[in-house]
Design a protein around this ligand. Sequence first.
Ligand SMILES: Cc1cc2nc3c(=O)[nH]c(=O)nc-3n(C[C@H](O)[C@H](O)[C@H](O)COP(=O)(O)OP(=O)(O)OC[C@H]3O[C@@H](n4cnc5c(N)ncnc54)[C@H](O)[C@@H]3O)c2cc1C
Length: 406
Amino acid sequence: MESVIVVGASLAGWRATEALRAQGFQGSIALVGEERHLPYDRPPLSKQVLAGTWPPEKAVLADKKRSSELRVHEVLGRRAVRLDVDARSVELDDGSTLAADGVVLATGATPRRLPGTDGLGPRDGLFVLRTLDDSLALRAAVTAAEQTRVVVVGAGFIGAEVASTCIGLGCRVTVLEVMEIPLATILGPLVGAHCGSMHGAHGVELRTGVAVEAIVKGADAPLHVRLVGGEAIDADVIVVGIGVTPSTTWLETSGLTLDNGVVCDDMLFAADGIVAAGDMARWMWRHDGEEESIRIEHWEVAAGAGLAAARNLLAGRDGATSFTPVPYFWSDQFGVRFQVLGSPRGDDEVELVDGSFEEGKFVALYGRTGRLRGVMAIGRPRLLMGYRPLLQAGCSWDDALAHARS
Ligand SMILES: Cc1cc2nc3c(=O)[nH]c(=O)nc-3n(C[C@H](O)[C@H](O)[C@H](O)COP(=O)(O)OP(=O)(O)OC[C@H]3O[C@@H](n4cnc5c(N)ncnc54)[C@H](O)[C@@H]3O)c2cc1C
């Protein structure tokens, strides 16, 4: 292999680039990115960068020096619009084409928008949060005046982090959540209710079981959120945090299988010579004798996938290995860190094995079909990490409970 194109200049794409060089790859690497920035980290965008406690430069993953050390041909500010799988060529939005022996797909995910809001954006006070530019524009908007009225649509992790940061900036914050209990589909009703209670405890008004019907420009307030049922809520700034969709539109004519992500085998191959990594990849996750087609939107998985995809690309299908991480993510909100290992689901059996909700520090185990499937903790990082090998080994539910009692 003499040349590789990495499409998507962010976490997964950058980790793949680094891994190619770390594996001794001497050929050319073209890094194509729609954003003008060199790769940077997204987690601080809803936390330190939005809060203003970090300058944006602190979030960089790759600076000019590192990029030139790794002999990266940067193609930034350019969107890939088409992939020819047989030729392994990528057409860009300026009409030019790059071709290579191998391609890493790492175009991540795009925030969902509310229907009917196409004509509205940051200038009107309506935001999503995915990019550094989104974060800086949102910070400018919420700090433009005292007590900005911020409405966050969606009480998922991004929504809760934005609410937490904005309340810290002195804003008046309302969070609207369509489910009765936030995060219940991931963490179950008990833990979800605890997470929801943190909003109120920190001065955020959380309204659950409410659906947004429309966002309209107002006369006496910049924006109104109209709820199903007719109630209108005034806002200076609205942040929509209702999830993301994988950025695969540009692959629609490629012939690759797209199904809520680009479909890959267990080694992250989407086709011969084409691998995918990060938020846009759906791959066959083989673990504890089972297999599942999954797509995960977590920092650690995207970073690990970038590395694994690059290694496997160089090794070829015959020498490649399965990508089998124990998924992990964290979220910082209201002064605490949530940490989740594995793949918990809302209908799992849940057992609190350490601490308590009252204390605000605990470890919860999630089990289904006789196995430990996930662990969630607040304020117990070391205890949590003790479960990683158990999850990796496919530990039974009974053994996990016994481990907790030991
Ligand atoms: C605000 C925020 C906070 C987060 N906090 C946490 C956290 O606390 N913990 C955690 O575990 N995870 C967190 N995440 C998730 C984590 O950041 C993502 O999982 C990670 O960024 C995924 O990396 P990626 O490289 O797959 O995709 P992305 O980071 O989305 O990067 C994809 C890149 O590809 C570019 N691109 C897209 N389409 C094209 C195209 N056609 N041509 C060229 N370029 C293209 C995009 O512009 C983008 O730069 C957070 C995410 C956000 C947005």
